[in-house]
Design a protein around this ligand. Structure first.
Ligand code: GRF
Length: 220
């Protein structure tokens, strides 16, 4: 049985998807938010999952916040820390402490569109495919080893909200999947630090489902 701690800052819909997936051999030990008004906390409380708030505004410096957060997490000795819409940049020492055992979800097909406002960035770039990435967290923001990605089409007339909604739907599918692989010890790293999945037979199925091929038939 593996134990996980999930960090959120707001809505927590990815956290909810992970809870709802009822993953095998995994216990959600606690949900921690950096804001007392994070909506996801209520959901967690309703599920009788222990919750904590480590409010970043109560700490003078980032390292002090990081230390307090790590202390709170480590009460539970988690095998895995899951960032699910956690909107604070974490320092190098913190990230090193959870090396190869902290996942994040980013709403773009990394390495494209790192940072904030990814859907706006995608629309501005005019890409035809967009998506989401689950990756391990390293000190370089949005650059850690990639576990799984899913693509969605960018459609004519999309705005940030419609695109975000389409991406979020695949986020809710790939994040529980990545966590289940971690729990199953199916994630390894190659000599270049890239993720190597072990014994995954259904990876292709996911790939196929989200494969987007434009219809090139033209009637004009
Ligand atoms: C998601 O789009 C996630 O990829 C990004 O922030 C958003 C959080 O949404 N990091 P939620 O709090 O999980 O609903």
């Amino acid at each position: 049985m593996k134990s996980v701690v999930i960090l959120i800052s707001g809505r927590g819909s990815n956290m909810q998807a992970i809870v709802a997936a009822q993953l095998r051999n995994m216990r959600i030990a606690a949900i921690i938010a950096n804001r007392a008004d994070a909506e996801g906390l209520q959901f967690a409380q309703g599920k009788q999952i222990p919750t904590h708030v480590v409010d970043h505004t109560q700490y003078a410096t980032r390292p002090e916040f990081d230390t307090a957060l790590a202390q709170c997490i480590d009460i539970y000795h988690p095998d895995l820390v899951i960032l699910a819409g956690f909107m604070r940049v974490l320092g190098e020492k913190f990230v090193r402490h959870y090396s190869q055992r902290m996942l994040n979800i980013h709403p773009s097909l990394l390495p494209s569109f790192q940072g904030l406002h990814t859907h706006r960035q995608a629309l501005q770039a005019g890409v035809k495919l967009h998506g989401a990435t689950v990756h391990f967290v390293t000190a370089d923001l949005d650059c850690g080893p990639i576990v799984i990605q899913a693509a969605v089409p960018v459609l004519e007339g999309d705005d940030e909200a419609s695109l975000a909604q389409r991406v979020l739907a695949v986020e809710h599918r790939i994040y529980p999947q990545a966590v289940q692989w971690f729990v199953n010890d199916q994630i390894q790293f190659d000599s270049n630090g890239r993720v190597k999945l072990v014994g995954i037979s259904h990876a292709l199925e996911i790939e196929k489902e989200h494969l987007y091929v434009p219809n090139l038939d033209s009637t004009s």
